[in-house]
Design a protein around this ligand. Sequence first.
Ligand code: ADP
Length: 190
Amino acid sequence: MLNIILFGPPGAGKGTQSTFLVEEYGLVHLSTGDIFRANIKGSTELGQLAQSYMDKGQLVPDDVTIRMLESEVNKFPDAKGFIFDGFPRTTTQAVALDSFLEGRGTPVSCMLALDVEEEELKSRLIARAETSGRADDADPAVIQNRINVYRKETEPVAEHYAAQGKYTGIDGIGTIEEITDRLKAAIPAV
Ligand code: ADP
């Protein structure tokens, strides 16, 4: 079982790269942002709650996010593995994910962290707003808030996995293919 955490700031290319890794390794892609957006579209109770945080560039509370993620994983009992994209975003989420996956006998294999500088992130997100229709991409103040939240709440999660010897940093600047190749080279053989 291959359980990959694809990590990095907003706009680093996690969603784009997930598509290629899913094809190559036959993994289930779980993007918490995508799942929240699907709930917003379906006007579920979870969607309404999530939207109030997402529109401001804040994190959805840990308890809600963890419960949702675990129930998503449980929908795929036959999965060969997962790509976690946008999760865990806090140390509390990381601790919960570790104990949940260890309880299933399928621990996190590795964290691959895409490294992209802040100015590049901002211009990618503003460009993405043209096509994504995402309110949180369209407003520079919300983009800045997402980056600030990332630095404060999310970046420490990298240290959590580095301490377990599971962290690899990947240069996130280059063509999509170049970055996919760097990621593949860092994925452990199972
Ligand atoms: P990006 O990485 O480009 O910011 P995502 O689609 O991953 O976009 O996330 C969009 C928003 O969804 C986040 O800004 C946050 O409000 C919410 N979200 C996604 N994943 C999580 C998470 N693991 N914990 C809390 N909130 C989350």
